[in-house]
Write a protein that binds this ligand. Structure first.
Ligand SMILES: NC(=O)C1=CN([C@@H]2O[C@H](COP(=O)(O)OP(=O)(O)OC[C@H]3O[C@@H](n4cnc5c(N)ncnc54)[C@H](O)[C@@H]3O)[C@@H](O)[C@H]2O)C=CC1
Ligand SMILES: O=C(O)C1=NCCCC1
Length: 318
């Protein structure tokens, strides 16, 4: 008879997930994904159910990595207009790949937040100028925070510029970051001379223009995950070297790519595998829409550490 699944909360996820370990693990998984069948990653493009009446979406994201023996499905709801609840709510169902039984239900809000920042950090490691000093964050919510933490694993910044639609949210984040943070009054002001720009907003029409971006900057374009949503104007997409997390997913979901009709130079996994160049001296864009395999690997790390801790607690009770 199968055992009842464990429930692992967001607090526990935050305690158990080591960011450096996750960065290595996600980098390997992105590389495996881009190897196709040889990489052993199975990840269909997610199923998205629009809940038009309530201005929300439900995404279902299954994934399996045979080299990690990890199988999980994330269920994620995103409701940009939520005020008292988070705009994203998610759960990761972790299954035993050898027999299909459900091992754990893990908080997916924390996993989504942490793994998305880490995926951008992997791309930034390969695509940004190593001497980057100024970071611009466009949007000041959950992802802005996780991106600041993840990108800070690579380097420290002299200045972190923040612009958000609501100034109060930018001010709150600036206070958390401390003395290097500066609240800006426009996107243009925030990105002037910035080495790394990270767009993590809920914009549905372009907010970042080519003429404002320093040549050679690296942009992580993280928001706009629907085919008719965008954060970056067409000229910026067309004149930069565009990398993505998944060609299959971006060709169906990334409005920035679909509506600008820009070329995609490579998946970041192809760069990791040494099949495509990291043209970091040019203006580069990493367009992500989010990948199930990132959730799967995060969930595996969390679950294994959680079970190890349970075992230790039962062997050596306090
Ligand atoms: N690529 C990926 O893997 C993932 C992408 N996302 C996307 O990242 C974006 C941010 O997500 P969260 O931080 O969790 O959301 P959030 O709701 O916590 O924060 C959104 C922030 O963007 C600001 N904002 C909204 N519209 C704006 C506009 N037009 N211009 C400037 N700022 C604006 C809000 O004031 C808020 O500070 C969303 O588009 C979300 O769907 C989320 C998870 C994974
Ligand atoms: O990958 C994810 O998780 C998400 N991507 C786009 C927006 C919702 C969550």
């Amino acid at each position: 008879m199968s055992q009842a699944p464990k429930y692992i909360s967001g607090e526990e996820v935050e305690k158990l997930l080591d960011l450096k370990e996750l960065l290595n693990s996600i980098e390997t998984a992105l590389g495996n994904y881009s190897k196709g069948k040889d990489g052993g990653v199975v990840q269909p493009v997610r199923l998205v159910v629009p809940i038009e009446k309530h201005h929300g979406h439900l995404g279902v994201m299954p994934g399996y990595s045979s080299s990690d023996e990890a199988l999980a499905t994330k269920i994620v709801a995103f409701y940009p207009e939520n005020k008292d609840l988070p705009t994203h709510q998610a759960w990761v169902l972790m299954q035993d790949p050898t027999n299909g039984s459900l091992n754990a239900i893990i908080d997916g809000v924390s996993i989504t937040s942490i793994r998305t920042g880490i995926a951008s950090a992997v791309a930034t490691k390969h695509l940004a100028n190593p001497n980057s000093r100024i970071l611009a964050l466009i949007g000041a919510g959950v992802q802005a925070r996780s991106h600041f933490k993840a990108l800070s694993l690579l380097q420290s910044f002299d200045e972190v510029r923040i612009f958000s639609r609501t100034r109060a949210s930018a001010q709150k984040l600036a206070k958390e970051i401390g003395k290097t943070a500066k609240v800006c009054s426009s996107v243009e002001e925030a990105v002037e001379d910035a080495d790394i720009i990270t767009t993590v907003s809920f914009a549905t029409t372009p907010i970042l223009k080519a003429e404002w971006v320093k040549p050679g900057a690296h942009i992580n374009a993280v928001g706009a995950c629907r085919p008719d949503w965008r954060e970056l104007e067409s000229r910026l997409m067309q004149e930069s070297v565009v990398y993505c997390d998944s060609r299959d997913a971006c060709s169906q979901e990334a409005g920035d790519i679909i509506l600008s009709e820009c070329d995609v130079f490579a998946e970041i996994g192809e760069v990791i595998n040494g099949e495509k160049q990291a043209l970091w001296e040019k203006t580069t864009i990493f367009k992500s829409v989010g990948m199930a395999i990132e959730d799967v690997l995060s969930a595996k790390i969390v679950y294994e550490k959680y079970m190890h801790q349970l075992k230790q607690d039962s062997e050596y009770p306090a």
